[in-house]
Design a protein around this ligand. Structure first.
Ligand code: PGA
Length: 250
């Protein structure tokens, strides 16, 4: 089965509103909407609204970088699924390694956020990935398998069809060190196998699995050539029009 690729730019904590607007303007003019790829941008919260407006009439979709599982209430500093939908988001990134590393995110909280996103109508991009020590000690699959299983716990088949997974080996994020296409393919195939066990073969074959970690215009092709790689979650290289377009048009 041929899955439609999905290229997402995770801007992290970068871009003021004016810079964000200029970046999407550049992306819009470089894309004619006929690309056979879903294109997504995930700006920081303060610029979601204006980027959403700037994107109207284009095929580029908007994503949040995180959300809280409650709908509303006394949760200072948090943002809900409804709020993300309200400013035009279609997707939300959940469980990024930087959330896990610096902000106490764990498999249980990832699972709560995934459920909240799905029930509100947002499509989650769920991130999994091992740190260097785990890879070196041969525990890559133990970690990635657990994160996938626990992150998706209790998610129905119907909802699972709306998920995107992102395999991001932590040692390759922002380091310039990309995992080799073979290393990526090996983990993606295992993730797809696990989805088949948890759900069924149809869901596994339909699920899009992105790779993330130092993806650049010059290494994206080799990654996308792998049978189980269906897109990229891009950090640094998504902050410039040319480099992100280079990835989108791999
Ligand atoms: P990077 O980040 O492309 O800058 O390595 C990827 C990510 O964290 O999603």
């Amino acid at each position: 089965m041929k899955r439609r690729p999905i290229m997402a730019g995770n801007w992290k904590m970068n871009m003021l509103v004016s810079e964000a607007e200029a970046l999407v303007k550049g992306l819009k003019s470089g894309l004619d909407g006929a690309e056979e790829v879903d294109v997504v941008v995930a700006p920081p919260f303060p610029s979601l609204y204006s980027v959403g407006k700037a994107l109207s009439g284009s095929s580029i979709a908007l994503a949040g970088q995180n959300l809280h599982w409650e709908v509303s209430g006394a949760y200072t500093g948090e943002v809900s699924a409804t709020m993300l939908l309200d400013v035009g988001c279609k997707y939300v990134i959940i469980g990024h390694s930087e959330r896990r590393q610096f902000f106490g995110e764990n498999d249980e909280t990832v699972n709560r956020r995934v459920k909240a996103a799905l029930s509100a109508g947002l499509d989650p991009i769920v991130c999994v990935g091992e740190v260097l020590e785990e890879r070196k000690s041969g525990r890559t699959w133990e970690v990635v398998g657990r994160q996938t299983r626990e992150g998706l716990e209790g998610i129905s088949k119907g909802d699972a069809e709306r998920l995107v997974l992102a395999y991001e080996p932590v040692w390759a994020i922002g380091t310039g060190e990309t995992a080799t296409p073979e290393q990526v393919q090996e983990v993606h195939a295992k993730i797809r196998g696990l989805i088949g066990e948890l759900y069924d073969e149809g869901i596994a074959q339909g699920m899009r699995i992105q790779y993330g970690g130092s993806v650049k215009p010059d290494n994206v092709r080799g990654l996308m050539d792998q049978p189980d790689v269906d897109g990229a979650l891009v950090g640094g290289a998504s902050l410039k029009v040319e480099s992100f377009l280079g990835i989108v048009k791999f």
